[in-house]
Design a binder for this molecule. Structure first.
Ligand code: GTP
Ligand code: MG
Length: 458
């Protein structure tokens, strides 16, 4: 494909030791040569080498920067085009100046994600791999990063290709049938369809099993800390993020608005939400806070339900147990340094098999046990360190769910001996849906929208 030459600052903006301005396209080397002065012109240096020199301002003929310039010729580059990376001094002014210089000499400012988009359009990676690149940059824990890395390497793509191949074999067999009905191979075709589509369905289902965990690794587990006022919810938030983020006082009703923080607990990324203590109140602001707590509870994947060891179980506590029915919950009995008033038997009964952890957060006691309980809850089922072909992207999950449906439809139609050319419709649709995951048969507008979510310079 033919493209113009693009440029962007590829390092994070801010003060740093070095900053990089990257160019990609047919003119990348020629444009760089216009402003670069070193021992040899860039056009003559071997590919994939880095050279030292200066950048000159064409108008004022002054040296703008001292730079190390990497020349990478197509096709073995990130975009499959000629790529030049200008390493200059880090710092907002410096990198911006270099960028301006490059733009003045004929490069166009890249759109967000445009380098990766080119890698996709030039066929180096498929769409799911490109999306993996974005996840990689945004990953918040090691584990999430490993999952993204596998996706960039093409694990998911390979799986999808394999499934599409199986669907294609079905299609081919059906086509033969439609074209040569005199052979009356319909029974054979139904047999092939049953076999192949069952396999495809099974594999899609297996992928979707990983979806929940994959999505959590990517977006963080929405975790709401709830409990009556003053039980120690904000103390818990602070203990988990290892910082005094939330205000803690002995006044019930201290927290009035929800407060959010990301934290990595044993490899599980939590999007932790501290909430206002839930109680009936006349105070308008507090009441709005309580409403938000209820909302946070509704949106939570995991609930940390905090109780007070120094008080009897109250009706409000019991109401909370009711509210979290069916959710993943860890019960935290806090303030164990106080005299015991809580009936632990009763708590266990209400917890109904869900983990109960005791803490004295005022002394940072029990935080370890809590972290362990969260880790165990999440990685129960031993997925840890196993096959990392997670499906984590909402777009992929949506397409897989749809493909699961069309695969099922084709099987049940075949079961009912529906004419094979009608069954074919569902089979073909399955093929298309799987294709969309890796970016085949996908609309340009959707591609533009996907890449626009990237950061500048990637
Ligand atoms: N004795 C004792 N006090 C604690 C413990 N944990 C927290 N506290 C105290 O309990 C009080 C309330 O703690 P917070 O963390 O603000 O409680 P909260 O649940 O966020 O309260 P609201 O925001 O008002 O709903 C503070 O004075 C804390 O210092 C503990 O383990 N033992
Ligand atoms: Mg609080």
């Amino acid at each position: 494909m033919e493209f113009d030459t693009i440029a962007a600052i590829s390092t994070a903006l801010g003060e740093g030791a070095i900053g990089i301005v990257r160019l990609s396209g047919d003119e990348a080397i020629a444009i760089s040569d216009k402003l670069f002065k070193g021992n040899t012109p860039l056009a003559d240096v071997p590919s994939h080498t880095i050279v030292y020199g200066h950048l000159l301002d064409d108008e004022e003929k002054t040296t703008v920067e001292e730079a190390m310039v990497t020349v990478m010729r197509a096709p073995k580059t990130y975009t499959r085009e000629d790529v030049v990376e200008i390493n200059c001094h880090g710092g907002l002014v410096s990198v911006n100046r270099v960028l301006q210089l490059v733009l003045r000499h004929g490069a166009r400012l890249a759109e967000p994600g445009e380098f990766t988009k080119r890698a996709f359009l030039n066929g180096r990676i498929d769409l799911s791999q490109a999306e993996g690149v974005m996840d990689l940059i945004r990953s918040k824990t090691d584990r999430a990063m490993n999952v993204a890395l596998r996706q960039v390497e093409g694990r998911l793509s390979a799986k999808i290709q394999q499934l599409r191949q199986a669907v294609l074999e079905t299609v081919a067999s059906v086509e033969v049938n439609i074209d040569y009905p005199e052979y009356d191979a319909e029974t054979v075709t139904h047999g092939i369809l049953q076999e192949k589509m069952s396999f495809v369905l099974q594999e899609i289902e297996a992928l979707l099993v990983t979806a929940k965990q994959g999505k959590i690794l990517r977006e963080g587990l929405a975790t709401a800390i709830i409990g009556r006022p003053n039980v120690g919810k904000s103390s818990l938030m602070n203990s988990l993020v290892h910082e005094a983020k939330a205000i803690v006082t002995d006044i019930p009703g201290t927290t009035r608005d929800t407060l959010e923080e990301y934290v990595n607990v044993r490899g599980v990324p939590l999007r932790l939400v501290d909430t206002a203590g839930i109680r009936e109140t006349e105070d308008i602001v507090e009441r709005m806070g309580v409403e938000r707590s209820r909302q946070a509870l509704k949106e939570a994947d995991l609930v940390l339900l905090v109780l007070n060891y120094g008080e009897d179980l109250m009706v409000e506590d019991e109401a909370l147990f009711e509210a979290v029915e069916g959710l993943d919950v860890v019960v935290i009995v806090n303030k164990t340094d106080q005299e015991k008033r809580l009936d632990m038997e009763k708590v266990r009964k209400f917890a109904d098999g869900r983990p109960v952890v005791t803490t004295a957060l005022i002394h940072e006691e029990g935080v370890d046990r809590l972290e362990e309980a969260i880790g165990e809850l999440f990685f129960a089922g031993g997925v840890e360190g196993g096959d990392l072909t997670y499906v984590s992207n909402a777009r992929h999950i949506g397409l897989l769910e749809h493909a699961r449906q069309t695969a099922r439809d084709s099987l049940s139609a075949s079961d009912r001996n529906v004419p094979i050319d009608l069954v074919q419709i569902d089979v073909t649709r399955t093929w298309e849906l799987l294709g969309e995951i890796i970016g085949e048969d996908i609309q340009d507008s959707l591609i533009d929208q996907l890449f626009s979510q990237f950061c500048l310079g990637k």
